[in-house]
Ligand binder design. Structure first.
Ligand SMILES: Nc1ncnc2c1ncn2[C@@H]1O[C@H](COP(=O)(O)OP(=O)(O)O)[C@@H](O)[C@H]1O
Ligand code: SF4
Ligand SMILES: [Mg+2]
Length: 353
């Protein structure tokens, strides 16, 4: 960036800036996020690199507490500061460094370019306002005339497959079921035609059938609009069908990344192997854990030396206690943070002891 650009004050974000061929829509480079607890500060998300290309669907997967939500919140400048804040790294959207934007610039991106849906729809919905008012006001804030905003509101409520959109429009949030609220939240997110949708476990609280419907809905909208999607979940099985790239997080770090198919067929990190072990069997609806991951993940604020997965890893050897492995390339577009390559692992029977 030129010196002149650095000296410019105020929001510099150029809305709708096209992405040149081969350039990611969203890129995180070396992102580190810190937390201050009592008097102790620690880096709970470390060295996160990830990229989302236009139209791509990326899954961020890992057990609860692995840093998924903080990672995506950092993109939008929404970290709960204090006590959590971005310590290092660069986040770019459509080639522009989001770190150079002020609050207004970031708010503009949140509204118009990147939309987010959460596990709890009430995080984004106001309980005191009718659904229509909320969607229309969002659109008005982005400059849409009232009539156009109302028409767009009806259109997106139709798009998310709500029966009786007229009734939903007039409803207050408490008058709707969990699945309907989730659809309303997605409609609200889509109303401004974002280039990127970030979904942070939006189906976790829903029953399996509704979960499936929401997944299909996002898949369908994605296919029609070509927006990029980042889907955050603790359940690898949920994203398997809808994402083309997966990033696996453990204790605040990326431990494996790669194309979904490769990751499923040939996992390169023992943790990914363990996550796959609890996938439902093909052809059955019941979950049949082949292997349970014993133990619990470490607190990312209190990591010891070495590989953070070693206390749960049946393949650990001396070096794992000494040095933390970096991400090592294991194939085209595949990298994993493990000292051992998969052909050095013992038989997966080891997992069943
Ligand atoms: N507001 C907060 N204050 C202190 N620690 C936090 C806060 N939010 C998250 N953390 C800690 O950061 C780590 C990662 O959290 P999070 O990103 O929410 O994980 P995930 O979304 O993968 O479940 C956890 O260990 C959690 O305890
Ligand atoms: S580095 Fe060692 S402890 Fe860590 S996942 Fe690989 S084998 Fe297991
Ligand atoms: Mg989370």
């Amino acid at each position: 960036m030129s010196q002149a650009a650095l000296e410019t004050t105020g929001p510099a974000f150029e809305a709708g800036r096209p992405v040149t061929a081969g350039e990611p829509l969203l890129a995180l480079r070396g992102v580190g996020i810190g937390v201050r607890r009592r008097r102790r500060a620690s880096e709970i998300v470390r060295g996160v690199d990830l990229e989302v290309f236009p139209g791509q669907k990326l899954g961020i997967v890992g057990e609860s507490g692995s840093g998924k939500s903080l990672t995506v919140l950092s993109v939008l400048g929404l970290l709960p500061d204090p006590p959590v804040r971005l310590l290092r790294g660069q986040i770019t959207f459509a080639g522009q460094d989001l770190g150079t934007l002020d609050d207004r610039g970031l708010a503009r991106i949140r509204g118009a370019e990147i939309a987010m849906v959460y596990q709890d729809p009430m995080t984004s919905l106001n309980p005191l306002l009718r659904v229509r008012t909320q969607i229309v006001e969002t659109l008005r804030a982005h400059g849409a005339p009232r009539d156009a905003a109302r028409a767009r509101c009806r259109e997106v409520l139709n798009q998310v497959g709500l029966q009786e959109p007229e009734r939903v429009e007039r409803a207050f949030p408490h008058e709707l079921s969990g699945g309907m609220l989730q659809r309303v939240m997605i409609a609200m997110a889509l109303a401004v035609s974002p280039r990127l949708l970030i979904a942070d476990e939006p189906t976790t609280a829903l029953d399996v059938t509704i979960q499936q419907q929401i997944l299909e809905l996002v898949e369908d909208i994605q296919a029609r609009t070509g927006m990029a999607v980042v889907w955050v979940t603790h359940d690898l099985g949920v994203v398997a069908r809808i994402v083309d790239q997966v990033v696996v997080m453990y204790a605040g770090r990326v431990v494996e990344k790669g194309p979904t198919r490769t990751l499923f067929a040939h996992p390169s990190h023992p943790y990914t192997l363990a996550l796959l072990g609890s996938l439902p069997h093909q052809g059955t609806l019941h979950r049949q854990p082949l292997t349970q991951i014993g133990g619990t993940p470490p607190d990312p604020a209190r990591l010891e030396r070495g590989c953070p997965f070693r206390s749960r890893c049946p393949f650990a050897f001396d070096r794992c206690a000494q040095e933390e492995p970096p991400l090592i390339e294991r194939g085209p577009g595949v990298a994993a943070a493990c000292w051992k390559s998969p052909d050095e692992w013992k038989s997966p029977d080891e997992w069943q002891k």
